[in-house]
Ligand binder design. Structure first.
Ligand code: HEM
Length: 147
């Protein structure tokens, strides 16, 4: 099976429930690097990680991230069509103080979420397929970041 089929097949159900899966991903992210919480200017409105993750602003960002992943999955055949959007997205994250290394931690969190959600279907080739796609997305964002 090719990368694209593995990604599309696994996203089919996950993509229908973006918010809960995105919350699993971001809980993991803030566990791996709690300092990232403070980069969200609205994080001062909540006392705990759990509290933050259920706030509307955070859920909004979680949704935005999941929509970017959704766009990448839907454009696997022409990822370059997202280039301008992703360059700009990288630049915006540079502006809010997110480092490019943090994008790597998001990648680990994405894999963690896939593992939790897919169970037996989470295989080494599937993991690699997602890692390849995510690396392309983050590669373009990082180029935009450095511009
Ligand atoms: C916007 C933080 C990773 C997608 C933002 C904003 C912050 C932020 C503070 C501006 C406020 C907001 O819109 O909520 C972070 C942090 C990340 C991270 C700390 C972890 C390293 C990502 C990733 C993606 C993403 C990996 C997508 C693949 C977006 C989008 C926006 C956004 C689409 C809206 C940009 C716009 O306003 O045009 N992010 N982000 N973020 N983020 Fe992230």
């Amino acid at each position: 099976v090719k990368d694209k089929e593995l990604i599309r097949g696994s996203w089919e159900s996950l993509g229908k429930n973006k918010v809960p899966h995105g919350v699993i991903m971001f809980s993991r992210l803030f566990e791996l690097d709690p300092a990232l919480l403070s980069l969200f200017h609205y994080s001062t409105n909540c006392d705990s990680k759990q509290d933050c993750l259920s706030s509307p602003e955070f859920l909004d960002h979680v949704t935005k991230v999941m929509l970017v992943i959704d766009a990448a999955v839907n454009h696997l055949d022409d990822l370059h069509s997202l280039e301008d959007f992703l360059l700009n997205l990288g630049r915006k994250h540079q502006a809010v103080g997110v480092s490019t290394q943090s994008f790597t931690v998001v990648g680990e969190s994405l894999l963690y979420m896939l593992q939790c959600s897919l169970g037996q279907a989470y295989t080494a080739p599937l993991r690699q397929a997602w890692l390849n796609m995510y690396s392309i997305v983050v590669g373009v964002m990082s180029r935009g970041w450095a511009k």
